[in-house]
Design a protein around this ligand. Sequence first.
Ligand SMILES: NC(=O)c1ccc[n+]([C@@H]2O[C@H](COP(=O)([O-])OP(=O)(O)OC[C@H]3O[C@@H](n4cnc5c(N)ncnc54)[C@H](O)[C@@H]3O)[C@@H](O)[C@H]2O)c1
Length: 254
Amino acid sequence: MALLEDKVALITGTGGGQGRVAALTFAREGARVVGCDIKAEGNEETVELVRRAGGEMTGLSPVDLTSPEQAERFVEDAAAAYGGFDIVYNNAAIQYFGPMPDYSIDAWRATIAGELDIPFFVSKFAWPHLVRRGGGVIINIASVAGVIAGRVPPMIAHSAANAGVIAMTRQLALEGAEHGIRAVAINPGPILTPASDRDLGDNQQMRAAITDKTLLKRFGRPEEVVELAAFLASDRATYITGTDITVDGGSSAW
Ligand SMILES: NC(=O)c1ccc[n+]([C@@H]2O[C@H](COP(=O)([O-])OP(=O)(O)OC[C@H]3O[C@@H](n4cnc5c(N)ncnc54)[C@H](O)[C@@H]3O)[C@@H](O)[C@H]2O)c1
């Protein structure tokens, strides 16, 4: 039996990067996937890729999850698509980097909204559906920046927001336990996605500074995060809740 057979998974940010790989992987493992993104084109591509691979996915886009109204509409439409869901995979995020003290108030607010509001809004609106279902699991993609400080690039708001996501995950687990809801955070280190690859361009100095901090001396691949998420979302991980797991090639080990 596939890992996620009979599960319905709501995944945010499926328009590219890790979210696209999550949609493909969860569908491969037997889940029916409902995904959304602010980028409609990328999300439609993902739906197409999942279906071409023989999986089942419903795509809803464009959805701006920093809007509570749009987040609620997404969750309600997702619940209607397959009569509820078992997995909430909070992957979507947007963040802005820059050094102190010039880091702007606007960048701060946009990062807190893009990294902390989004998983809170989606979890809040998903919660009654999970309770009605008799339980489920919330996977929050945080960052190793929520655990240790990072020099490259400077990341004041990204660190604060993701420490918030990790703390929020513990609280969701505490309040969810009596309803059969588990909550787990994953803290990726530097993961190379088409978007981050493009942003880094040929800045070899920055690439080297990032990978030198890992023990494995390389970027991670989206699959290396998503395979863990699939396990955590499955019934093989039923005793794992209220914690965070780091997938960073050892960058936080020293
Ligand atoms: N790539 C890394 O090195 C890295 C490291 C640590 C943590 N993370 C986390 O991993 C997760 C996935 O990131 P990724 O690397 O795939 O980056 P990404 O930018 O490729 O993916 C994020 C997705 O979220 C979508 N999104 C952004 N704002 C949105 C909004 N308001 N409403 C709906 N969708 C929105 C984007 O369009 C995009 O498709 C994020 O939570 C990110 O913070 C990434």
